[in-house]
Write a protein that binds this ligand. Structure first.
Ligand code: GN1
Ligand code: MG
Length: 343
């Protein structure tokens, strides 16, 4: 266990008065909530340096975006990490990067999207986030993970795993492999779109799960959080990941696929919320391919979970040996159900 007092001391005074406990369900970083007198004060995070190889890029991006909002007198809120007492973006201890993010007062987050209204509010926030940077030169942002939502790259990783991965697992999952291959059209379409230039590169969040939105007491969205994967990207990433993570009452961890289903009212709510902020910026082609966003993100996540399974679970945290396989089957079921509600 880390010495938390020591870590907090790097950022704030009277660190001894705070209590630190594990927080959230992210699969990448270690996250803790820091409370004082039972009130939430900060989020403390230990960055996963294997996934985010250049934490400085994240900090540079956040600093640029934050200045942009200030300079344009924007009302968009961007919760940014504290600088350390020595004015650094991270506290570095034993080669590990830590950061401390102040809690937004009066805010709460949710882990499950169980009302279309929540989906609408979240989509409006993610739409507003991107819309706020309409005139910002997105090429200034550095990718925090290279090729993160590059579907061609994810497809290639899958193909490589079929050669170099765990042979027994490959042998046992032939039917899943065929299902993945049968969906190759999704990859081909992605390549076609990119080549055509009809989708615009914008400031994109890339992790639009519901727990990355802060709500106020009246359950209205306040802002988005978790800016690690903010980098240049396409609208299909953010809209698609909302479809992927809000539409089903059962999430990606659910092993019983009978419980995985896409809900049309939630779909409509997401589209309405996102378009409210973004439709005037979107190209005709983008507006035509709203549904494709779902195919793109659900399929990419299925590919990523499955590739990790074939590679003996080197990327995602797992709770049991079959976890990544069950996640894959779950996502394939979601893809099927998604198509049924949008067609
Ligand atoms: C990871 O840890 P978390 O939940 O924020 C992943 C996302 C996946 C998600 C699937 C950097 O995000 O891309 O969609 O798991 N983030 C990274 O649960 O790989
Ligand atoms: Mg995240």
């Amino acid at each position: 266990m880390e010495n938390f007092q020591d870590l907090l001391d790097a950022f704030i005074n009277n660190a001894g008065e705070y209590k630190v406990e594990p927080f959230g369900s992210g699969l990448i970083h270690k996250t803790f909530v820091v409370t004082k007198d039972n009130n939430n004060a900060f989020i403390l995070q230990e960055l996963n340096n294997a996934v985010f190889k250049w934490p400085e890029h994240i900090a540079d991006n956040i600093n640029l975006l934050s200045s942009w909002l200030n300079n344009t007198y924007s009302t968009t809120i961007l919760p940014t990490p504290l600088k350390t007492k020595t004015n650094k973006d991270f506290h570095l201890k034993n080669g590990i990067y830590y950061r401390l993010i102040p809690f937004v007062e009066g805010s709460h987050s949710i882990n499950v999207c169980d009302e279309p209204d929540q989906a609408y509010e979240a989509a409006k926030q993610f739409g507003n986030f991107t819309a706020s940077f309409k005139d910002f030169d997105v090429t200034q942002l550095k990718p925090s993970i290279v090729d993160f939502h590059n579907l061609t790259f994810r497809w290639k990783q899958f193909r490589d795993a079929l050669i170099n991965g765990n042979q027994e697992r490959i042998h046992q999952t032939q039917s899943i492999i065929s299902q993945m291959e049968n969906e190759y059209d999704i990859v081909a379409f992605y390549e076609k779109i990119l080549a055509s230039g009809s989708f615009k590169l914008r400031v994109t969040h890339h992790d639009t799960k519901i727990s990355n939105v802060l709500f106020n007491h009246a359950n209205k969205g306040i802002c988005v959080i978790d800016l690690d994967t903010v980098m240049p990207g396409y609208f299909i990433s953010d809209l698609g990941d909302m479809f992927r993570t809000y539409l089903s009452p059962a999430n990606e961890e659910e092993p019983n696929i009978n419980l995985v289903e896409a809900r049309r009212d939630f779909y409509l709510a997401i589209v309405e919320g996102y378009k409210e902020k973004m439709s005037d910026q979107m190209t005709e082609d983008e507006l035509k391919h709203i549904q494709y966003a779902g195919d793109f993100m659900i399929y990419m996540q299925a590919l990523r979970f499955f590739t990790d399974y074939l590679n003996d679970d080197i990327y995602y945290h797992i709770n049991n040996p079959e976890n990544n396989l069950h996640r894959t089957i779950n996502q394939l079921q979601l893809l099927k159900s998604f198509r049924a509600i949008v067609s």
